[in-house]
Design a protein around this ligand. Structure first.
Ligand SMILES: Cc1cc2nc3c(=O)[nH]c(=O)nc-3n(C[C@H](O)[C@H](O)[C@H](O)COP(=O)(O)O)c2cc1C
Length: 509
């Protein structure tokens, strides 16, 4: 059993602040949030949700995934609440903010049936426009999440989506983000990048490129230099803490040894979103889902021995799970699914209502699809009529790749970098040297997730993109957050129920 742990809860103003204080290996005292609201892309954990959680004294996390496209679609919907406009007024470079605002803003909002103006897909050499947009979009999301309280705010990125990461981090840091959390890969380059960006030094990141022997390694790099944006200021920036999302203690050990990680979220395969594949290869059960075994459980003894704080995730939004996690040596838990369907989350009202109704009737099922995501990671999909979970809806969609975040990079025969996604039109993929078998059953996560948060594209054929909903395996439990007589619940209801039992000082020895 780990050393002394105190859960300290106190009121700051009217808010309950809950932190764990723990003496970890080597005698250091850590104070960390007890509850992390997991980053949920695309724009499910938006600034509204993160702000609500942070204001309750926990760590609210915005999703940084596809944020530039989310930002321009919000502007094209008119920014009717004026929130973006307000955030832009705090951006250090007013001219840049105005320029981008007017490029995309449509007063009153676009017609529902009109397509959104898109932005060019990312490449290893981002244009000035692309970098500016990423900086601004990430700044705005973090700024709004931090507005009106003194709580902590984090931002979540996926290692698998590398091209937008550097300017995104800078934008989030300009808005004083407190934590960066990253999974879906091995984010070993990020801690040093955060160190450098905090002193506004130029940074670079090695890219994952397929067919590597065919190309020039010097090409497989993306760069960002804050000096090219002198109007964004010159002083030192706060270096956010870096938390890696892992599903194995071996990966945690490697990261702890090789980079300056400040902690880990240890996520199991029941969690919503992408999951790590089973260790030792994918075997499917008779429903076509991957089989996870005892080999996939993380050795928490080894996690404790790393001497770094960690949070447990994957169905931890359930009774007694926070206490259980603390007793296992974690400093807290990360929870996604219960927050994903609360009033403040980005899922469309229609989908939230549908999910809650189905959960109440007990007929909501979630499966793990090993082919849906072009990232090659298993992906949790909720079965909901009218969404891409249904075969007819999936099959009637014409394949289009117009957002391109999950494209992989490969070296072309001439040694330059190409971009391809197994979810794109099959002919295009094959022309780029991709394999036919890789295209089967792929779903367009980019467009499906955008549609789920109510920013659906209207392609040329006029068929509005259909949503795709991801949720964790314990999704049916969300009904316990409904206050008596109500048919929706707030982020605060989730926090109250999960942490409520620990309102009194809690000690574990
Ligand atoms: C709708 C949804 C989207 C998610 N998207 C991401 C993501 O973009 N990045 C990430 O690291 N985790 C993502 N997750 C995982 C959560 O951050 C969290 O770790 C997980 O939901 C915890 O398990 P639970 O769903 O059982 O509570 C997502 C989860 C959900 C439900």
């Amino acid at each position: 059993m780990p050393g002394y742990l105190f859960v300290l809860t106190y009121y700051a103003g009217k808010r309950l602040i809950a932190l764990t204080l723990r003496f970890i290996k080597g005698g250091a005292l850590v104070t960390e949030p007890l509850l992390i609201q997991g980053g949920m892309g695309v724009a499910v954990s938006n600034w509204r949700l993160a702000r609500a959680v942070s204001a309750e004294g926990h760590l609210g996390v915005v999703s940084g995934t596809m944020l530039d496209n989310v930002f321009v679609r919000r502007l094209q919907d008119g920014d009717l609440s004026g929130d973006i406009r307000r955030a832009l007024a705090a951006f250090p470079d007013r001219l840049m903010a105005e320029r981008i605002y007017h490029r995309y803003h449509i007063p009153g909002g676009k017609q529902r049936e009109a397509p959104y103006k898109s932005i060019p897909m990312h490449t290893a050499r981002l244009t000035r426009d692309a970098q500016e947009l990423l900086i601004l979009a990430n700044f705005v999301e973090v700024f709004l999440a931090k507005e009106g309280h003194n709580g902590l705010v984090g931002i979540n990125f996926l290692e698998k989506i590398q091209l937008p990461t550097l300017p995104s981090l800078y934008g989030a840091m300009l808005a004083r983000v407190d934590y960066v959390l990253m999974g879906a890969g091995i984010p070993k380059q990020i801690p040093e990048i955060l160190d450098a960006l905090s002193i506004r030094q130029s940074v670079s990141m090695k890219l994952h490129v397929e067919q590597f022997p065919g190309g020039d390694a010097r090409e497989a790099v993306t760069r960002f230099d804050p000096a090219e944006f002198p109007d964004l200021g010159a002083g030192r920036l706060n270096r956010p803490k870096f938390v890696a999302v892992v599903s194995s203690n071996t990966l945690a050990e490697m990261l702890a040894k090789r980079s300056k990680v400040d902690g880990f979220v240890v996520e199991n395969h029941t969690a919503g979103g992408h999951n790590a594949p089973p260790r030792g290869g994918i075997k499917l059960d008779d429903r076509g889902e991957p089989v996870y075994t005892a080999r996939d459980s993380v050795d928490l003894g080894k996690m404790r021995s790393l001497g770094l704080p960690f949070w447990l995730a994957g169905s931890y939004g359930n009774d007694g799970k926070l206490k259980e996690a603390l007793e296992e040596g974690a400093v807290g838990i990360q929870v996604g699914t219960p927050f994903a369907f609360c009033e403040e989350s980005g899922f469309s009202d229609e989908l939230k209502k549908e999910v809650l109704t189905r959960a109440i009737n007990g007929d909501l099922s979630v499966s793990t699809d090993v082919l849906a995501s072009s990232s090659n990671y298993p992906f949790k999909i909720a079965s909901i009529p009218g969404t891409l979970s249904e075969d007819e809806v999936y099959e009637s969609r014409e394949r289009v790749c117009d957002l391109g975040y999950l494209r992989t990079l490969f070296f072309k025969e001439d040694g330059t970098i190409g971009y391809r996604c197994p979810g794109e039109p099959v002919d295009n993929y094959l022309r780029k040297g991709g394999r036919l078998e890789d295209t089967e059953c792929r779903k367009c996560l980019c467009n499906g997730l955008m549609a789920a948060v109510d920013y659906p594209q209207v392609p040329k054929n006029g068929e509005v993109e259909k949503p795709l909903v991801t949720a964790g395996q314990s999704v049916n439990n969300i009904i316990r957050f409904l206050p008596p007589g109500k048919n929706s619940y707030s982020a605060r209801d989730v926090v109250k129920l999960l942490v409520g039992a620990l309102r009194e000082p809690h000690y574990v020895f």
